[in-house]
Design a protein around this ligand. Sequence first.
Ligand code: ADP
Ligand code: MG
Length: 244
Amino acid sequence: MTILRVDGLGKRFGGLSAVDNVTFSVDEGEIVALVGPNGAGKSTLLKMIGGMHTPSRGTVTVGDTPVGGLKPHRSRRHGVAMVLQTPRPFETMTVEENVMLGALFGGESMAEAEARRRASAMLEFVGLGDRAGDEVGALNLHEQRFCEIARQLAGRPTLILLDEVMAGLNDTELEHSVDLVRRARADFGLTVLWVEHVMKAVMNLAERVLVLNFGQLIADGEPTEVMRQPDVVAAYLGDRRMTA
Ligand SMILES: Nc1ncnc2c1ncn2[C@@H]1O[C@H](COP(=O)(O)OP(=O)(O)O)[C@@H](O)[C@H]1O
Ligand SMILES: [Mg+2]
C-alpha cells in the first residue's frame, strides 16, 4: 500500500528552483534512501514532506491526507515525523524530558506517566537508557541525534524522515544506526525516507534509492543498479563531501 505520494513537487527560492517537478511514491514499510550531491535539494524536499516548507507547486499526500504546506505539528498528527540535519533540542532539559515532549506532542493526548513510560522505552530502544537524567547539552552530536530519533519515535509516527543522521559516525556507530532503523521498521512498522551521504549506509540499509541532482529526480530504483547508472556517477563526480 502506498503511504507517501509526491506529485510534481517543486520549490523555488527567489528565482532559483531547489526542487523541480519531483514525482515518486513510497510503500508502507519501505526503507528508501534519498541521495544526491550537496545542494541537490534533498533537505528542501524532505522539509516539504514534513510540512516545514510550503511547496511552490505540486502535492504531497500521506495516506489519504494532503500534507504539503502544513505546519510540522499538524503533519505530526498525520503520522509524519522528521529528524533535521541539525537537531535543536531543549538543551537545559533532561534527555528524558525532551523525549517526553515528543510523546506529548505526537498528536495523542496522554497522561504524564504514560509519556514518561514511552520516553524511557524509546531511550532504551536507541541505546540512551542510562542517559535519561542527563541534560541534553551533555550529549555529543551523535547522541543528540539519537535522542532526537527517540523523541520522534515517542510520538509513534507511521513515516519518519531522517536528514543525514549518520554523518560523521565511526563504523561501530554506523552499524548501530543501520540496525536501529531496521528494528524501528520491524518493531513499529515504520516507513523510512532518509537523506544520506554515507554510501556504506545506503548500500547496507536502503531497499530503494532516489537520486536528486539540481532539484530533479534522475533515478529511482534498486541501490546497486541505481548507483551504477552513468548519470548518477557523473552527478557525484566532484562532490567532495561524498564518502565511501
Ligand atoms: N531557505 C532557503 N532560502 C534560499 N535558498 C535555499 C534555502 N534552502 C535551501 N536553499 C537552496 O536550495 C538548494 C538546495 O538546498 P538543500 O535542499 O539544502 O540541498 P541538499 O540538502 O541536497 O544539500 C541550494 O542551492 C540551497 O542554497
Ligand atoms: Mg541537506
